[in-house]
Design a protein around this ligand. Sequence first.
Ligand code: GLU
Length: 257
Amino acid sequence: MRIVIKIGTSTLAYPTGHLNIRRVEELCKVISDIKNAGNQVIVVSSGAIAMGVGKLGLQERPSDIPTKQAAAAVGQCELMYIYDKLFGEFNHAVAQLLITGEDVENDNRHQNFSNTLARLLELDVIPIINENDTVATKEIVIGDNDTLAAIVAQSVKADKLVLLSDIDGLYTADPHKDPNAKLITVAHSIDDSILALAGGSGSNLGTGGMVTKLEAAKICLRSGCDMIITNGNNPNNLYDIMNGKPVGTTFTEKVYA
Ligand code: GLU
């Protein structure tokens, strides 16, 4: 199976911007194991800006572009250092791919990017993708890694895209505010009633929220790729997802009996 796993900032880092070491260690172990079982895995990782905020000792996520880009430049090194070290312990090589909107909008560049990705998978490497935040400005930005991950899943014809977040999935209401909110386990389309359930950005350090996740689901549904939103706090959920067990919210065209 070919699977894209998007790791959100809230899964990787504490609100302080420092790394959640236990979480990331578990994640790298489970992903390595899934790969050892014969699956191809691509990681889309957020967290560059958050890691930069932590490393530079900034009080909060910067709002001005130069500081954001500087924080991303510092944090991206930290991220890749951690992934290289942890995946390396399980004998897996990693590769860094940083892209901007131009790399997916321009057909030639998109093709180059897809070719490199395909070759890395043949070489048995774990590609780790993020937006090139250091150069991405308003005009060329993809903007959030949920969308980026869906574009990647579409490009490589992935079987599944898993979005690891700080929420269990899509709920009928905001579960932080409404005790009667229920988890929606399966959705077959993104209609107005589903879109109405999305709020704004979920955390202070990341960019995405439910809106960007539903946009990502639209891209996946169009390309026949199942998309699952699940909580990143339990990396073992990934095993269940690989085994087709219901976890979080699954967006799929397939109707299971
Ligand atoms: N590219 C951003 C980062 O690495 C994250 C974008 C997102 O949270 O969707 O900090």
